[in-house]
Design a protein around this ligand. Structure first.
Ligand code: CTP
Ligand code: MG
Length: 236
């Protein structure tokens, strides 16, 4: 049983607004992609690592990972959407066995703890074909409809049954490949923002396990400062 991690790092980071791609932005001694890769390998449950890089920086990203001692690793060009990047990562995997596990993780969540990575992989190995970490939401979430100049509230879902979903997400390889094969038919505007969403559309069960506040996603400059503080608190 082989476990492969696809680390998505091909985004540009528009909302961060940094001149270089988000995954290459440093915190302390290393860029985000290196922090995330270190934790995946330190988990000792990941046998192979595939990183998706923005097409223009495949070489530089491979060098950054190599210089940080991240190996073995395969660096490939990602696609125009996250979904396409994960699909490209799946294409790059060597032929596998029926019980192989794939976890998909975002470089934008560089400090997802080793313990979380292990819990996700364990749950898949125990027989759940799709596993996602998630946390209860602190904010009240409104559903809105966009009008001409303003947004209107159309509903308030019960917060107690809402979850904010994180990565790594873990899957049986066969199920994830099937989900991506079906989803690849859709236009980019309909692409999913996480992989579990594609599995849900197949009607398959997705198991939710407890996430971690340390697996927070870096989207904005404020997130970058919060993540830096987390790292100062507990560097690895
Ligand atoms: N990602 C990817 N390929 C893409 C788009 C995103 O591999 N075409 C990755 C990002 O590198 C990131 C993860 O998917 O690790 C989650 O995406 P997000 O946080 O939205 O990152 P960006 O797309 O880089 O940021 P933005 O949307 O602000 O441009
Ligand atoms: Mg994005």
């Amino acid at each position: 049983m082989t476990t492969t991690a696809i680390l998505t790092a091909a985004g540009s980071g528009d909302r961060l607004g940094h001149p270089i791609p988000k995954a290459l932005v440093p915190i302390a001694d290393a860029p985000l992609v290196v922090h995330a890769a270190r934790r995946l390998l330190a988990s000792n449950v990941v046998d192979a690592l595939v990183v998706t890089a923005p097409p223009g920086v495949v070489g530089p990203m491979a060098r950054v990972l190599h210089d940080a001692g991240i190996e073995p690793v395969i660096v490939i060009a990602g696609g125009a959407t996250r979904q396409e990047s994960v699909a490209a990562g799946l294409e790059a995997l060597p032929p596998g066995a029926g019980d192989d596990v794939v976890i998909v993780h975002d470089a934008a969540r560089p400090f997802a703890p080793v313990s979380l990575i292990r819990r996700v992989v364990r749950a898949v190995r125990e027989g759940h074909s799709a596993v996602i970490p998630a946390l209860p939401v602190a904010d009240t979430i409104k559903q809105i409809s966009a009008g001409d100049r303003v947004e209107y509230v159309v509903g308030t879902p019960d917060r107690s049954v809402l979850r904010a979903v994180q990565t790594p997400q873990g899957f049986s390889r066969a199920l994830l490949e099937q989900a991506h094969a079906v989803a690849a038919q859709r236009p980019a505007s309909d692409h999913a923002t996480d992989d579990a969403g594609l599995v849900e559309e197949l009607g398959e069960a997705v198991v939710v396990i407890r996430g971690s506040s340390r697996a927070m996603k870096i989207t904005t400059q404020t997130d970058l400062r919060i993540a830096s503080a987390l790292f100062d608190e507990e560097p690895i």
